[in-house]
Design a protein around this ligand. Sequence first.
Ligand code: SF4
Length: 291
Amino acid sequence: MKIGLIDVDSRHFPNLALMRLSAWHKAQGDAVEWWNGFTHYDRVYLSKVFTFTPDHDTVIDADEIVTGGTGYKDYGTLPPEVEETFPDYSIYPQYSRAIGFLTRGCVRSCPWCIVPRKEGMIRPAATWGQLKRPDGRELVLMDNNVLACEHGLEQIRRMGREELRVDFNQGLDARLITPDTAALLAKLKWIRFVRLSCDTSAMLPVIEQAAAYLKEAGVAPSRLWCYLLVQDVADAHSRVLALEELGFDVFAQPYRDYDGGEPTSEQKDFARWVNVKSVHRSCAWEDYSRP
Ligand code: SF4
């Protein structure tokens, strides 16, 4: 079979589903390549992670077209035999890190979050050894709430004894950072940041406590980093100031609903003010937002 792949989100970050499909098809003896508009394919896979990414809008010459991913509101999983296949990293030669999940799901049900609906209750997914690339020692872990799962904690414990560098790129749940979990996290070698999330003002005292535990355990203050959900802008502004006071580098994410509805222009302006550091350092929000 001749297989074409389309990463609708445009290949900025490796698409795990496409890498697994590529590996699985190659193992069946199929020819796999990035789709191009001049070739007829037996099957073309389109994968889209983000609802706000515009859909692929070019005609596809293929006997079969398969779409998948949260961006298409497809919350299903790959067939088990594909899901278990080690990803084909060769399709993203510019990327040298391993990516994957130690756990899937979450114990919470935050109303703005798709994870509970998409993935359900937390459960083990893989060991760090199953995710690691033979040609690298860096792991980007996309777990949604790794600290809520005993398997996740055990993997953190084991990774702390290895020559690995890690990034939990979805943010850790500050409510689950205790002196014990902070000690485990402090033993990890981090690619760059220890990422937390601050979605509401109620999280601020929890994050303050978590930051204190992390620092006591030996995490360098310069590693503290925090996602900030932006719904009400005035509330988000006060959270940014409080988090920066605590020493966090903050990254703002305007809220998008499940249907990919656009954030308001005020939410987008605010996120730009927070995230573009040259802008952020040079003026206050009140000045930046003044008409
Ligand atoms: S804790 Fe995080 S992953 Fe879990 S439901 Fe809330 S926002 Fe989603």
